[in-house]
Design a protein around this ligand. Structure first.
Ligand SMILES: C[S@@+](CC[C@H](N)C(=O)[O-])C[C@H]1O[C@@H](n2cnc3c(N)ncnc32)[C@H](O)[C@@H]1O
Length: 244
């Protein structure tokens, strides 16, 4: 692994095509929901990546800044920019500081799981809270751990099996760590990627929020604010810093 973590040059260059999340309707719903939570303040995206969400959010008139570990991912964001460069701090979202206070900090696309210890996930909440105005919000979009789908005693679950992509997750139920293993095939070339993660339950996230001085305001199943139920496969949760 290099200084860009698991999102080095090769992954960054193919990220927008290979890693999903690029559906224009999904991006539109995401931007609309984030904008609705922002008010008149500025927004900070943790792990801004290639700007999949940050760039259209900014194009909609919101002042957006970012933190990102991988210079290679930010280089891809720069290629897509049309206006003045976005203020992106290269650093770790558990500790990097950005000048200013924000009405919304957000972390989407399951990226809380990229922090592979509970301590790092708590530090991420504390760093988000540090950047928030009074009454400001921290939003996370992430999946509900899909453990109900794994038969008792098994650890592996396939999530992709197509002519150009195989994917298998491998879970450790003791540590809550898992690895996501991909192989992409293009012509006679193939690219292999294995990324470590830590899954985290919604209730555990609520405790992390509490430790950071934040309180749950909303939990939805999707960007259209559908109710979260026992069948929801992912959630969008919003915690709020007190006004006091
Ligand atoms: C799944 S991508 C999401 C990118 C973007 N938010 C999006 O929605 O397309 C995960 C991103 O998290 C970044 N990342 C992983 N760990 C990080 C950390 N500790 N601090 C900052 N960024 C991190 C990776 O470099 C990568 O760009």
């Amino acid at each position: 692994m290099d200084e860009d973590g698991y999102f080095g040059d090769a992954v960054a260059k193919s990220y927008d095509d290979d890693h999903g999340g690029g559906d224009p309707a999904l991006i539109e719903r995401t931007v609309k929901c984030l904008k609705g939570l922002t008010g008149t303040g500025s927004v900070l995206e943790f792990a801004v990546g290639t700007g999949r969400i940050a760039l259209p959010l900014r194009a909609s008139g919101v002042d957006v800044k970012g933190i990102e570990l991988s210079k290679a991912m930010v280089a891809e964001l720069r290629k897509k920019e049309t206006g003045p460069p976005m203020d992106v701090t290269i650093g770790d979202m558990t500790s990097a500081q950005v000048p200013g206070q924000f009405s919304l900090v957000f972390l989407v696309f399951n990226t809380i799981d990229n922090l592979v210890t509970q301590e790092a996930q708590i530090a991420c909440f504390k760093n988000a809270a540090r950047h928030l105005d009074k009454g400001g919000r921290f939003l996370i979009e992430t999946r509900v751990p899909p453990l109900q789908r794994i038969p008792f005693g098994e650890t592996k679950m396939a999530f992709a099996c197509s002519s150009d992509h195989f994917g298998v997750d491998d879970y450790d139920l003791v540590t809550q760590r898992y690895s996501s293993n991909h192989v992409w095939m293009k012509g006679d070339q193939h690219q292999h990627l294995s990324i470590p993660f830590r899954y985290v339950w919604p209730s555990e996230l609520d405790l992390m929020a509490q430790l950071a001085g934040l309180e749950l305001e909303y939990r939805w199943a999707d960007w259209e604010r559908s109710p979260f139920t026992h069948l929801s496969e992912s959630h969008i949760s919003v915690w709020r810093k007190s006004e006091g």
